[in-house]
Structures are given as structure tokens and as C-alpha cells.
Unconditional design. Structure first.
Ligand code: CP
Length: 306
């Protein structure tokens, strides 16, 4: 397949080549020696129906660093506002012979639907509450750089688990790699069905969930996916489920602190923890560019030209 729509069902052997190529791009980027040829003559279109800072910018940089022509479609100013459907929009971009289509959409399954209709490689940049595969790949690369392996780790993912596409992709990836995932949060934000997705333990007590963990990954309250009146108070949430220094001390000594961003300081994570030496949050962003370079290059290689 020349698309990246989900990590569900992918084996370690299928995931590792993305991480290995991304690791080499991370080294090259630090020495400012990224090759510019792999996507020369190719066109990448970023089609984001939801807000983004990290994902959209890093796909743009990744495409440019590999020599592609990159277009950021501004959905807010597009003919979507005149009633054009998602499929007709994609067909229009396809007719312009775009090679790589990076899609973020509020509806789970939207990128998969497009992938059946266009010739371009489709990359899921986050679809509803379903998956965010490149986020889990960059999280994995960051963990592997610090911990040397993705096997046998205990990764606590805390907060608004239920509305998170990041957690679903992480569960599929980390389970394939042989790690254990603890999802931690209030019962209202942690559906029990999540345990069936992989090697997952469910914890409703933050202290239990953090005990001895190798990695603590915090998630934002995704208010945009909550019904009116169902948003927890920020103060209450931080009191029971916020990551502060006292709680972090329960994890393994030197445990990695991660967050996919955007962060809400003082809600799910204390500011001093986000900026502490244990935090690899900015490194996650850096790895995001390397991972997206690897994904774009590998998918492009797999695609049979039309
Ligand atoms: N982590 C993430 O997807 O961030 P953005 O929404 O800023 O792209």
C-alpha cells in the first residue's frame, strides 16, 4: 500500500523501517545536510480541515527538505465553503496530479475514504478520534533515542484518553513493539473498550498509573470533542490528574515526560514539569520533521506512477 492511514494491524517489521530512516534523517538534519533529491519533481498538498501547528508545519518542512513542491491548501478560503464535498475537493486536487496528499479531518475514516478515490499517496495527519499515525511514530523515535528500545517499556498515557487519536496510534505501535501501555484518567474520559486495542492496563488513580513508568505521556483535554457542559473544570482536573513534580517522582527515576502538544500548562501538566530536564517535548517536535520525511519518502517509493 502507498498510503499511511493507520498503525492498527502493522507489525514491528513494518514499523521499524520508518523509524530507521527517520533516525538517519534526524542525524542529517542536525548537521544541516538533508538530501534534497528524494521528492524532487513531486507535489505535496497539505489538506487540513482542522487546526494544526506542529503537524502541518512539519509536513511542509519535510516535503521541502526532500525537494518536493509543497502547497498548503487553506480550507478556510477554499470552495469547501461553497458546498464542495470532501470527495470532490480531493478529486480536484488529484486532477492537478498531486503525488502526496496529507489530510487532517474531524471525521474518523476521512483519509481512508479519500485514499480509495485518488491516485496520490494519502497520509493521515489525524482523523477524528481514530488515529494520528505520524504522531505515534515520532513519539516512538523519541523514546527509542533515549531508552534504546521500544520493547518491555511501561508507558503511562494520562488524561483525556477517550477523545484522543494519539493514544490509539500509540497503543497499536507500542503493542506491536512489545511494550505495555497504562491509560490513566477519570472513568468519564477513559472508555473501558480502550483495553481491547492492545497491551493496555486501565488506571483511574494517577498515583497507581505512574508508579515505576518509563515514560509519562500527558494528553490535553480535547474540549472541542466534548459536549457542552461536559468539560471538566481545569482546577479540579489538575488536582486529580495533573502531572506535577510530586507525581512525576513516582515514575521510574529519570522517566521521560512527553506531550504531543498543544499543551495546556496548569491543566494536564505543571509548567515546571513541561520545562524540566526530563521533558522531551521539544525533541518530539524535532523528530516530527524527520519522521514525516521518512514517511513521505517511503510512501513515494512504494507508489506506482500513473
Ligand atoms: N500533535 C499535534 O498533532 O499537534 P498539532 O495539532 O499542532 O498539529
Amino acid at each position: 500500500p502507498h498510503h499511511l492511514l493507520a498503525l492498527e494491524g502493522m507489525s514491528a517489521a513494518e514499523i521499524e523501517p520508518f523509524l530507521d530512516l527517520a533516525a538517519s534523517y534526524a542525524l542529517l538534519s542536525r548537521s544541516r545536510k538533508a538530501p534534497r533529491e528524494a521528492l524532487r519533481g513531486r507535489t505535496l498538498i497539505n489538506l487540513f480541515f482542522e487546526d494544526s501547528t506542529r503537524t502541518r508545519t512539519s509536513f511542509e518542512l519535510a516535503g521541502k527538505r526532500l525537494g518536493a513542491d509543497v502547497i498548503n491548501m487553506s480550507v478556510a478560503n477554499s470552495s469547501v465553503n461553497k458546498g464542495e464535498t470532501l470527495l470532490d475537493t480531493a478529486a480536484t486536487l488529484n486532477a492537478m496530479r498531486c503525488d502526496l496528499l496529507v489530510v487532517r479531518h474531524a471525521a474518523s475514516g476521512a483519509p481512508a475514504l479519500l485514499a480509495r478515490k485518488v491516485d496520490a499517496c494519502v497520509v493521515n495527519a489525524g482523523d477524528g478520534m481514530h488515529e494520528h499515525p505520524t504522531q505515534a511514530l515520532l513519539d516512538a523515535l523519541t523514546m527509542r533515542r533515549h531508552l534504546g528500545t521500544l520493547s518491555g517499556l511501561t508507558v503511562a498515557i494520562c488524561g483525556d484518553v477517550g477523545h484522543s487519536r494519539v493514544v490509539r496510534s500509540n497503543i497499536h505501535l507500542l503493542t506491536a513493539m512489545g511494550s505495555t501501555i497504562r491509560v490513566v484518567g477519570p472513568p468519564t474520559l477513559v472508555p473501558s473498550s480502550i483495553a481491547s486495542l492492545g497491551n493496555v492496563e486501565v488506571h483511574h488513580n494517577m498515583e497507581d498509573g505512574l508508579a515505576g513508568a518509563d515514560v509519562v505521556m500527558m494528553l490535553r483535554l480535547q474540549k472541542e470533542r466534548m459536549g457542552a457542559g461536559l468539560v471538566p473544570s481545569a482546577r479540579e482536573f489538575f488536582r486529580f490528574y495533573g502531572l506535577d513534580q510530586r507525581r512525576l517522582a513516582l515514575a521510574r527515576s529519570g522517566a521521560l515526560v512527553m506531550h504531543p502538544g498543544p499543551m495546556n500548562r496548569g491543566v494536564e501538566i505543571a509548567s515546571d514539569v513541561a520545562d524540566s530536564v526530563q521533558s522531551v517535548i521539544q525533541e518530539q517536535v524535532e523528530m516530527g520533521v524527520a519522521v514525516r520525511m521518512a514517511v513521505l519518502e517511503r510512501l513515494s517509493r512504494m507508489r506506482v506512477p500513473t
